[in-house]
Design a protein around this ligand. Structure first.
Ligand SMILES: N[C@@H](CCC(=O)N[C@@H](CS)C(=O)NCC(=O)O)C(=O)O
Length: 210
């Protein structure tokens, strides 16, 4: 979309789709610069000046420059969210439960399980082969995700029974898990179906291509 003051950098990964999905849920106008990982595009001088981490996703909104999929997604909701779209947590308790789920999903599912699988599976040429780490990471994912599975037996969404940023993160991890050959329970599959059927997810998926 043109004329937007929000610029999102990065496409093609489970992490880049998160802020794109949130922007779509919020109905925001944004410009997407679809640079990809390991294409050299995160290593250029101009991008490194913006984000010395040389990673995607990255956001510019006016004078604000922000990295990290969690921080960007939350920022968009805090700044632009409404009760009609995705509202910021309504109480300290709701914020605390969202923090709990997000920390768990990002720490245990994304970084400790799925990213280890990726580093030592698809990216083994860069990070080294480690078959034991792969097996352990798959088992670890299954054990950890069971907690979300149990919780979702009682509620449609992770926090306060309404769609929120924790659902964006869990969904993207479940898609990533399935594409890494990790089988999901029937109940997680049906949660995933519901999330993937959201119009904004479909719009984000179409945008998140290189
Ligand atoms: N903690 C970061 C991780 C970002 C990250 O590692 N992104 C990868 C792609 S998923 C990347 O940019 N890699 C850079 C490269 O390999 O060129 C976040 O959640 O945003």
């Amino acid at each position: 979309m043109s004329g937007a003051q929000i610029t999102l950098w990065g496409a093609g990964t489970s992490r880049t789709i998160r802020p794109i999905w949130v922007a779509e849920e919020l109905g925001l106008s944004y410009a997407l610069i679809p640079i990809g990982p390991r294409t050299g595009e995160t290593q250029t001088e101009s991008y490194t000046e913006l984000n010395p981490k040389q990673k995607i996703p990255f956001l510019e909104d006016g004078s604000l420059q922000l990295s990290e999929s969690v921080a960007i997604s939350r920022y968009l909701i805090n700044r632009y969210g409404t009760t009609a779209t995705m509202a910021p947590p309504a109480s300290i308790e709701e914020q605390a439960k969202e923090d709990e789920w997000l920390s768990f999903i990002y720490g245990e599912l994304d970084e400790t399980s799925l990213y280890i699988l990726r580093r030592h599976g698809a990216l083994a040429a860069i990070y080294g082969k480690a078959p034991t780490a792969i097996t352990a990471a798959k088992q670890y994912f299954q054990k950890q995700v069971a907690v979300a599975d149990m919780h979702l037996q009682e509620t449609q969404y992770l926090v306060n029974n309404k769609f929120g940023v924790a659902d964006v993160f869990l969904t993207t991890c479940l898609v990533w898990a399935e594409s890494s050959g990790i089988g999901l329970s029937e109940s997680l599959k049906s949660y995933l179906q519901r999330m993937l059927a959201r119009e904004s997810y479909q719009a984000a998926k179409a945008q998140n291509t290189l």
